[in-house]
Each structure stands twice: as C-alpha cells, then as structure tokens.
Design a protein around this ligand. Structure first.
Ligand SMILES: [Zn+2]
Length: 249
C-alpha cells in the first residue's frame, strides 16, 4: 500500500495492525551512456512497492535525490549534501513517528547513500537518547540495499559474471528496462578497463577522470527487461521476508 494512495483514515486503521513502514530511497545521478538518471530511485521504488505488496506493508514516499556528490561532473546529476540528507531522513522518520510508526525499513538503490543513511539513523536515536524521548514511540530503523541481497547477487553473477561491475550495472539497468520499457536506451559500449588506481575516488572531478563515461567496469548492454523482472521479483520476495523478521525483532 503506497502511503501516497491512502487516506488518513486508512493509515490510522493500518497502524492498528502494524507500526512498520517501508521507505524507498534512491538517487538522481548519471548511470553511464545508456542508464537513466533516475535508475536508483526507479529501482528502489519498484522493488519496495512489490515487497510492500507481498508483506502487506505501507510504503512511504521515495526519497528520490540522494548523496551523489561524486557524480556531479556528469550533466543532469543532482545531490543532497550528506548533512541535508541526514535532515531529510530524520524529518521523514520523525513525521511518521508522530503518528505511531515505529519500524522504518529503508530499501536503498544507491551505494553512495549508505554511510549518510546510517548517520541519519544515529541522529534519530541520539534525539531520544539525549532528551529521554518523552512519549514518542521507540523508533527502530533498518537499511537494506536491494542489489546486495544474497540471492539477487547470485542471480546477477549468473546473468553477467564480472561484467556486473560497480556502477551503472546491467542488473540495475535491467530493472529499469522492466519497469520503464518506454525509456530503454541502447548503444554499443566497449567495456571500460579497470582504472589504474582502483575503485576509490574523492570528488566529482576525480570520479570523472577515473571513470570517463560514468560506468565502473560494467557492461549494461547485457541488460534485458526479462532479467529485470526476475531480479525485481527475487529482491521483493527476499526483502518482504526480511521485513517480517525485522518487525518481529
Ligand atoms: Zn545506481
């Protein structure tokens, strides 16, 4: 159930059965010459929507712009500063906690968000630790990267081997092809060689110098919409099961 498509009365009723909510978080950033700028947000939203259906969970609004400063040398990319994203996440959580939501399960599509999301969770907990929490509900947050679920990784390896790479991967591009077949882009892409200095980088100029077309050792031309369907369904199934565990904890 998407929060966006519910009424306040329906949310009230849902809260009587469960105080959990899934929160998709993505990014708006370059994904190589053929990948959509919205790839990470599209994947997180579609997978969370499907997982929410399986688990009977409310799914909150997608955080569509994430922490992507290192992609800013590519046109169309957007970023929140880490400090801004921490504020956005803690305000989302605090708003929903006011109504009684207690378990926040973030489904993430972008590796660059991970450390900032974890910092945001600490910010949320610190607030209660410092002021004692009053009668606010005791909130618990979890972060899961859809592409790192073990069975999803195994399927991606099976489809693409080491051509999966690390950014603009065929598996994430495949999911967008399945979700948005109207926006598939195709081009011949020689696979970029691994950069001499490895896969670390600092700011946007440094990233672009190391990864000139935006990809990190990936071959997104291997992606197909059918692969995308299989990856999405597997991710949704495993995340829904894990979400149920999270509610029990
Ligand atoms: Zn991505």
């Amino acid at each position: 159930m998407l929060l966006h498509l519910m009424t306040w009365r329906e949310v009230e009723t849902c809260l009587k059965a469960s105080t959990g909510i899934m929160m998709p978080i993505g990014s708006t950033e370059q994904h190589g010459p053929t990948g959509l700028i919205g790839t990470d947000a599209i994947c997180a939203e579609a997978i969370a929507t499907a997982a929410g259906e399986i688990a009977g969970a409310v799914v909150g609004p997608t955080i569509g712009v994430g922490m992507a400063q290192h992609h800013m040398a590519f046109t169309g990319s957007m970023t929140l500063r880490p400090s801004t994203l921490v504020s956005v996440i803690s305000d989302y959580v605090d708003s929903l906690a006011r109504h009684g939501f207690e378990r926040f399960y973030f489904i993430n599509g972008h590796g660059g968000n991970v450390s900032t999301v974890r910092t945001a969770f600490q910010e949320v907990y610190a607030q209660t630790s410092i002021d004692g929490g009053g009668d606010r509900p005791r909130v618990r947050c979890a972060l899961r990267n859809w592409y790192q679920q073990p069975r999803v990784q195994a399927l991606a390896r099976n489809f693409y081997g080491d051509k999966e790479g690390y950014h603009a991967t065929p598996s994430e591009i495949a999911v967008t092809q399945y979700v948005r077949p109207d926006a598939i882009k195709v081009a011949e892409l020689p696979r970029p060689p691994p950069p001499a200095g490895g896969f670390s980088f600092t700011d946007a100029e440094d990233y672009r110098r190391r990864f000139p077309d935006g990809r990190m050792a990936s071959d997104p031309s291997l992606a197909t919409p059918e692969h995308g369907r299989e990856l999405l369904e597997l991710a949704a199934e495993d995340l829904a099961a894990d979400y149920r565990e999270f509610l029990r904890d």
